[in-house]
Design a protein around this ligand. Structure first.
Ligand SMILES: *[C@@H]1O[C@H](CO)[C@@H](O)[C@H](O)[C@H]1NC(C)=O
Ligand SMILES: *[C@@H]1O[C@H](CO)[C@@H](O)[C@H](O)[C@H]1NC(C)=O
Ligand SMILES: *[C@@H]1O[C@H](CO)[C@@H](O)[C@H](O)[C@H]1NC(C)=O
Ligand SMILES: *[C@@H]1O[C@H](CO)[C@@H](O)[C@H](O)[C@H]1NC(C)=O
Ligand SMILES: *[C@@H]1O[C@H](CO)[C@@H](O)[C@H](O)[C@H]1NC(C)=O
Ligand SMILES: *[C@@H]1O[C@H](CO)[C@@H](O)[C@H](O)[C@H]1NC(C)=O
Ligand SMILES: *[C@@H]1O[C@H](CO)[C@@H](O)[C@H](O)[C@H]1NC(C)=O
Length: 392
């Protein structure tokens, strides 16, 4: 073969190889990433260019694309398993094909953006129905509207569901209670109204339930007392029908945090609370509770915080037992009708905040409180100021 032909062959070969390399690199961007960069990115308004790393010329999308994690972390054969787009100032309707096109997605957070529902609920419904691998779904702090699609129940692996701070309306979604692995459910800060569905007595594994700041205007459901796995129950700020604290809640013996601010509670501080030996935070503020602060509260030795302000509690603070509450840091019983003096034993606890203003307490403020280096200024100063005001 003449020499010049060999040269031509070599040049062709190099050309062919170069072309192949280019082809290979774009062809090996796996389908998940092609969807993200060619479809999803184009539907999202992204004023701060938070998604600029999503580029089709990228060779290692798993490690370099914002919010994207993969399994396995091999760029030539990777599937997207996690998408965390929280707090990126993004605006878009919910991408209804997302689970279809990211079939291995198990973690999805769109929290703290301006995502909204697709045109009608059935679309969100069918979108979520395809997300059968999701373990963690966080749509909090967005602009989702409408009622919650019952198709949320078709997510058999879901353990974590946060829909808080959206514009959801209608009844609480009934079907979430049948999610077999759900441990965390936050529905706070929406406009859910009406009663708790009866299914809420049957959550198999739920540990955290929050419905704070909604428009729930039925009764506080006694059957929540059936959910013995609960560690945190937050019902504050709902216009519930005024009523007594449900005795059944005494069965929630794993409860560590109970928040029932402004829940329309009447009657005495319920004796069923006595059974909640793991309670750390008890918050019953802005209700109409009457009677005394019970002495059995000293049996709840894990208590860190007791919030009772703005009720109609009467009588004296328990005289003894406070030394049992060695972990107590905050006590607020202000705006009640308590009488008597501040118990000496209470003053020996290492509190960081003590609020007792607007009561009918008497006597000198114990020096250990007045001079306490650990009490925050508000607690001590308010208490002292109130004492002085009452005394004059
Ligand atoms: C990707 O990896 C999986 C196993 O992890 C394998 O079954 C599949 O065939 C691979 N796909 C490609 C396109 O290499
Ligand atoms: C929400 O995201 C913004 C950035 O877009 C951030 O500054 C803010 O702290 C986030 N808020 C919360 C509550 O996470
Ligand atoms: C939610 O309820 C509040 C108070 O009733 C109301 O002002 C607001 O318009 C409602 N929002 C939606 C989305 O329903
Ligand atoms: C309480 O829980 C049991 C067992 O999980 C269930 O069979 C029962 O129906 C529940 N009761 C209510 C009122 O939800
Ligand atoms: C508490 O649970 C027990 C079973 O563990 C049940 O028999 C009882 O009825 C429950 N009590 C209340 C007040 O719901
Ligand atoms: C105290 O509670 C009443 C209702 O019981 C409410 O109207 C009032 O706003 C509350 N005040 C404060 C300061 O929380
Ligand atoms: C202190 O706590 C124990 C349980 O740890 C309890 O048996 C005892 O009655 C408590 N003391 C008072 C005064 O309540």
């Amino acid at each position: 073969m003449p020499l010049f032909l060999l040269h031509v062959h070599a040049a062709l070969l190099i050309l062919l190889l170069t072309a192949a390399a280019v082809d290979v690199s774009s062809a090996t961007l796996p389908p998940d990433f092609l969807y993200l960069v060619n479809t999803l990115k184009n539907t999202i308004s992204d004023p701060t260019s938070a998604l600029s790393s999503w580029s089709s010329s990228s060779t290692s999308p798993c490690s370099s694309w914002a919010g994207v994690s993969c399994d396995p972390a091999d760029p030539r054969n990777a599937t997207v398993t996690s998408l965390d787009l929280s707090g990126l100032d993004l605006t878009a309707p919910f991408p209804s094909d997302i689970c279809l096109l990211l079939p291995r997605l198990s973690f999805l957070s769109l929290s703290n953006n301006s995502f909204s529902s697709p045109a009608d609920d059935s679309t969100l419904s069918s979108a979520l129905a395809g997300c059968s691998r999701l373990v963690h779904l966080d749509l909090s702090q967005n602009l989702f509207t409408g009622s919650l699609p019952e198709s949320i129940a078709s997510l058999p692996l879901l353990t974590y569901l946060d829909l808080s701070q959206n514009l959801f309306t209608g009844s609480l979604p009934e079907s979430v209670a049948s999610l077999p692995l759900l441990t965390y459910l936050d529905l706070s800060g929406n406009n859910f109204s009406g009663d708790f569905p009866e299914s809420y007595g049957r959550f198999p594994r739920l540990e955290v339930l929050s419905v704070v700041y909604n428009l729930l205007d039925g009764k506080i459901a006694h059957f929540l007392g059936n959910v013995s796995s609960l560690k945190m129950l937050k019902l504050s700020y709902n216009p519930f029908v005024p009523g007594r604290f449900p005795d059944e809640f005494g069965n929630l013996t794993n409860l560590e945090i109970l928040r029932m601010k402004e829940c329309g509670l009447v009657g005495e501080i319920p004796v069923s609370l006595r059974r909640l030996k793991k309670l750390k935070n008890l918050d019953l503020v802005i209700n109409s509770l009457e009677g005394v602060i019970p002495t059995w509260i000293m049996e709840l030795t894990d208590l860190v915080q007791i919030e009772l302000y703005n009720n109609s509690l009467t009588g004296e603070l328990p005289r003894t037992g406070w030394s049992n509450l060695s972990g107590l840091r905050k006590l607020d019983a202000s705006m009640n009708r308590l009488t008597g003096t501040i118990p000496e034993e209470l003053t020996r606890l290492p509190l960081v905040s003590l609020n007792l203003y607007e009561n009918d307490l008497q006597g000198d403020l114990h020096p250990s409180i007045a001079e306490s280096p650990v009490l925050c200024a508000r607690g001590a100063a308010d208490a002292q100021e109130q004492f002085l005001r009452r005394d004059t």
